[in-house]
Design a protein. Sequence first.
Lengths: 192, 192
Amino acid sequence: MQTERQIEIIEAALELITEKGIQGMTIKNLSKKIGITEPAIYRHFDSKTDILLGILNNFKEMANMLSGIMESYEAPAMEKISFMFSKMLELFSETPSMVSVIFSEEIFKNEEVLKVRIVEILNLHSQTIEGIILKGQKEKNVREDIDEKSLALIAMGSFRLLVKRWDINNHNFNLSAEGKKLITVISKVLEK
Amino acid sequence: MQTERQIEIIEAALELITEKGIQGMTIKNLSKKIGITEPAIYRHFDSKTDILLGILNNFKEMANMLSGIMESYEAPAMEKISFMFSKMLELFSETPSMVSVIFSEEIFKNEEVLKVRIVEILNLHSQTIEGIILKGQKEKNVREDIDEKSLALIAMGSFRLLVKRWDINNHNFNLSAEGKKLITVISKVLEK
DNA sequence: TGGAAGTTAGTGAACATTAACTAACTTTGT
DNA sequence: ACAAAGTTAGTTAATGTTCACTAACTTCCA
């Protein structure tokens, strides 16, 4: 479990990455943002890498939860994907700083332990969507002329690009509205 | 124009970003890779930012060229998109280090001048594909039940995700083959 | 012979991290 | 019940290392 201070540090770290990129996520900036001194950070985390790992572990847990929900959710594939993406849109609207990290695998390239974690998260999301689509194809409510991996690539890829655009353009459009629009588009593309 | 040494520096910088992320792209690593001393780098570029800008300017030029080719290319939309993505796959296979940068907007967040450039490149690619699809819709060989912006989002998003996966998984699958497969999938999705 | 491209040896600033210490709590033994 | 002992979360000051970058000198080639 994470203490209140650890959660505060992780949230501040996320905000820093959003504002100034991974290069701006320094212990100095972090401590300044929270209002304690730099060494005080080390009362709560052993290292900077541990802070980043804390972020990724939270994301991994969310991905696992979402995957679990989707497995025990009996509904047509399109409804499930719509639900999953809507849930993610909700999360991003609540915590916009998430999006600068969750879809930015490249910022963790320099540390193997972080790179492995973020790839795990990407793979988990992929598997969840592929699973939904494959089941939908078996139940004959998803088109079968394209394999489930390619359809998942389309769904995830377009969703990721929309969210990334929102991020790098400083949230200058309504992500929730555009996201809903994309969900109906994806439904149309998947349907038989 | 760029001198031979400038090109060498830019190529080495690209490789460094691929191997160690933006955090590993230091003047020290760069000079070590090329086999000259750190100050020698500054005989060819005024600053580290200028090196990164040099990279992005090359990409911008490629994007402009590609956009120009597509405008003067008379063919059905699907053929044009297939041509464009194939050209990019060729480029990525020749210079794999490109892909760690061209689809990694996050790593330029800390420098406004770089951020602006990479967003320009993303927008240029989007516009090129949107233009092709819109023309295809007018010529009645692309589906019209989904607007051109959403279809472009799907095409670009899925292509980006495929390439990003290839990058973060250390090129452990055949990008060219998987890319060709995706191109036929995108064609199927776009067709009327 | 002069300028382009390299060198050596340095700069100050920023980096993550540690050492030494303290104030304010809580736990424990008698 | 209360003091000794231990814990938690913070401080200031400093560590060694790396960062981008520069001044001054040298080598090399047209």
